[in-house]
Design a protein around this ligand. Structure first.
Ligand code: ZN
Length: 709
């Protein structure tokens, strides 16, 4: 998700929000982000934004009945104040904070990009400052990028052109993957599902230019139109690369045929949610015997991957089809396919603006509805964050993340973990023996807050000022090598999958840890200046959400040590599934855009986490408020503490979304759209209805509420 196309997308990280759709870094940059904030809003030295509040009474629309539409009641004021910016496909409170963080990062980068740092007496830049500063400056230097054109990519294009037979493919493909080209499949390191203490090689499906396989198989009118638009896009990129129009048109059809074949052999994203479907351990020798048309030996040698040992062939059906495809596809067609993926991988800030704009036009405008491309500085700032996140993040954290915030988050996390322990004890449907195991798993969860204890070492990465494409290539090679170097070594549990300034959070089932980056632990989600009711309703529900992921349909299949191992009794498992099925049906019934329903199975893990997380936050807050003798009838800004709790929960989800983006989300995002993350979740909680005195017949009260935890 947050990871770029070069990284193997095999981790089963359950993230709080999906930051963007579309493949690779290029497109992810264009998504989860807002307009230029009014200059007055950003006092450069202030660590906390004035004006952003966790509970904000001024956003409430009292003309809406909270029992009829709580989302509108809580957010209408925000909607009025925040029209959807032209360069955004969705704009919500997460983007509001993301944009603020991005301005802070821009300031750090602009400073680092100035080698002299003002006076001659100023100290020289540190090695990391040189890297982040020169990378930002190279990315911003459009005149050099435009002037160079395709020249920096020419050696790679030549390499593909020089391929003679399919026997050349393995070494060439390994090379292309090393420089960030996601052709055919993905390969990288991951913890063994069966033994989380061991890091092995994973081979996963891949090689598609569209966001996921169903884009190639859906037959409704809109999807068919999108497919045609994709072919037009591929053709446009080939034309920009200098092909005559007729050739470009023919080549685009070739790409489409190969990708469609790969797509049809790929599991659906719903099937990929079940780790059992992705666990096919074998070893290099056996795997290489199955790939009769593709020398795995040549491939691993060129990739500098281990020549032996255990591997996971995540999707055997996919690799069988890949093997057949290599065997029966003319070499020129394979070369065309590789050329497309090479151009596609670099068609962002490293190639001339014509490539960049065409890529934006298809992925952000056509697929997701953006009206305007984001300004260059925004995309370059996000690029440096993705490429050198722990060098940039180190400065960011020192400036904007006071140690007290870390402590406060930790206290809240511990309180909610205690609550979950009590909640497990109280569950009527779970047996005593499974409860013991569940509690063991809960106690083993590692809490990671803010930023890594040990920062990533970038000393082997060379960043050259003025060489945007070369830098991008070296970053990919650096990451690829770093990833493979983990194989056979002890697992580094301190590693982060998100950069410190990220506005998001995740649970990792194989590590059994929860991760809350510094960038997220600020208003409007968390504030030392506001009371527990607001903070527990908002950040508390997220802490609960991430913990619940350890026990959702996916996470519950891993034990306390992160091994894929069944620790549930058969009865408990069927009790769980019965309750989960209630939620599958509840979300399947929601029509998000005309003709497109939510996918109850795809969104199950997130929906379980939303409901379970909010319930845990509520219980933890009641305990804390009780111990502190909070007066439950005392109103602040017109609202009692319990109502403030629910409103703070809802206000984190205030989001404007374009219809195109809403459609993509309903089709492929494991998270339900924000309106349902608010309203549907709350209809399942009678405690909410009691707070607002909602009648049984009200829209915000489910006839048959679902409940697991
Ligand atoms: Zn989640």
């Amino acid at each position: 998700m947050l990871r770029c196309s070069h990284a193997l997308q095999v981790g089963l990280f359950a993230i709080l929000i999906l930051p963007g759709t579309g493949p690779g870094c290029v497109v992810a940059l264009g998504q989860a982000t807002p307009p230029a904030a009014p200059p007055g809003l950003i006092p450069p030295e202030l660590p906390v934004t004035p004006g952003l509040k966790v509970f904000d009474a001024s956003l409430i629309d009292t003309a809406v009945d909270p029992c009829e539409n709580f989302y509108r009641f809580s957010c209408n004021g925000w909607f009025k104040r925040n029209p959807l910016p032209a360069d955004q496909v969705a704009y919500g409170r997460f983007t509001e904070l993301y944009e603020l963080n991005r301005l802070h990062l821009k300031q750090i980068l602009e400073e680092a990009a100035t080698p002299a740092k003002g006076s001659a007496a100023a100290s020289p830049r540190s090695a990391n400052e040189q890297k982040i500063g020169d990378e930002y400056s190279s990315c911003m230097d459009t005149s050099t990028v435009n002037k160079l054109g395709l020249t920096p990519l020419q050696p790679e294009l030549d390499r593909i052109a020089a391929m003679k037979t399919a026997a050349d493919l393995p070494a060439l493909l390994a090379h292309l993957q090393r420089i960030g080209v996601s052709a055919f499949f993905s390969m990288g390191s991951n913890q063994d599902y069966a033994d989380s203490s061991s890091v092995i090689t994973f081979y996963g499906s891949g090689g598609l230019g569209l966001p996921e396989r169903d884009y190639y198989t859906r037959t409704d009118a809109k999807s068919v139109e999108q497919l045609q638009q994709y072919v037009t896009h591929v053709r446009a990129i080939f034309t920009l690369a200098g092909e005559p129009d007729a050739q470009a048109a023919k080549d685009a059809e070739t790409v489409m045929a190969i990708e469609t074949r790969l797509a049809k052999a790929t599991l659906t994203i719903t099937e990929q949610r079940d780790p059992q479907n992705l666990n096919h351990p074998t070893d290099v020798a056996r795997f290489s015997k199955e790939l009769t048309h593709f020398s795995l030996g040549d491939y691993v040698a060129a990739a500098h991957a281990p020549a032996g040992g255990k591997v996971n062939d995540m999707e055997p059906t996919f690799f069988a089809e890949f093997n057949a495809l290599v065997g029966d596809t003319p070499i020129d067609a394979i070369k065309t396919y590789l050329r497309w993926h090479l151009l596609h991988a670099y068609a962002g800030t490293s190639l001339p603006e014509s490539f960049d704009h065409e890529t934006w036009n298809f992925y952000s405008h056509i697929l997701n509805g953006a009206e305007k491309q984001q300004e260059r500085w925004k995309r370059c700032t996000s690029r440096v964050d993705e490429e050198l996140g722990e060098a940039l993040g180190q400065v960011y954290v020192a400036k904007y993340f006071p140690p007290e915030e870390k402590q406060r988050t930790l206290e809240m996390t511990l309180a909610i973990e205690q609550t979950m322990d009590k909640d497990i004890s109280a569950l009527g449907w779970m047996s005593a023996e499974t409860k013991v195991k569940a509690k063991e798993k809960l106690r083993a969860v590692m809490n990671k807050i803010g930023y890594p204890d040990k920062w990533r070492d970038y000393s082997r990465l060379n960043i050259v000022r003025g060489d945007s494409l070369g830098n991008e290539m070296r970053v990919h090679e650096f990451d690829f090598a770093r990833d493979l170097a983990k194989i056979g070594k002890p697992v580094d549990k301190g590693e982060w999958q998100m950069t410190p300034p990220t506005v998001n959070a995740y649970y990792d089932p194989q590590m059994n840890n929860v991760n809350f980056p510094a960038g997220y632990l600020q208003p409007p989600f968390f504030s030392g200046k506001e009371d527990d009711a607001a903070n527990y309703g908002d950040m508390g529900s997220t802490v609960g959400h991430e913990l619940t992921h350890g026990f959702d349909d996916q996470g519950r299949q891993f034990d306390k040590d992160g091994n894929l191992k069944d620790w549930w009794s058969k009865t408990d498992e069927s009790e769980f599934n019965e309750r989960a099925e209630c939620m599958v049906k509840q979300y399947d019934a929601i029509e998000a855009v005309p003709g497109v329903h939510l996918n109850g199975k795809l969104t199950l893990g997130e929906n379980l986490a939303d409901l379970g997380g909010l319930w845990l936050a509520w219980l933890a807050w009641l305990d804390k408020a009780g111990a502190a003798h909070v007066d439950m009838n005392a109103k602040a800004e017109g609202y009692t503490p319990d109502r403030r709790f629910w409103i703070a929960y809802a206000q984190q989800w205030c989001t404007q979304t374009r219809p195109e983006q809403l459609r993509s989300q309903a089709e492929g995002d494991p998270h339900a759209p924000d309106e349902y993350r608010t309203n549907t979740v709350l209809t399942d909680l009678p405690e909410f209805a009691r707070s607002f005195n909602c009648k049984k017949s009200a829209a915000m009260v489910a006839e048959k509420p679902c409940r697991v935890w």
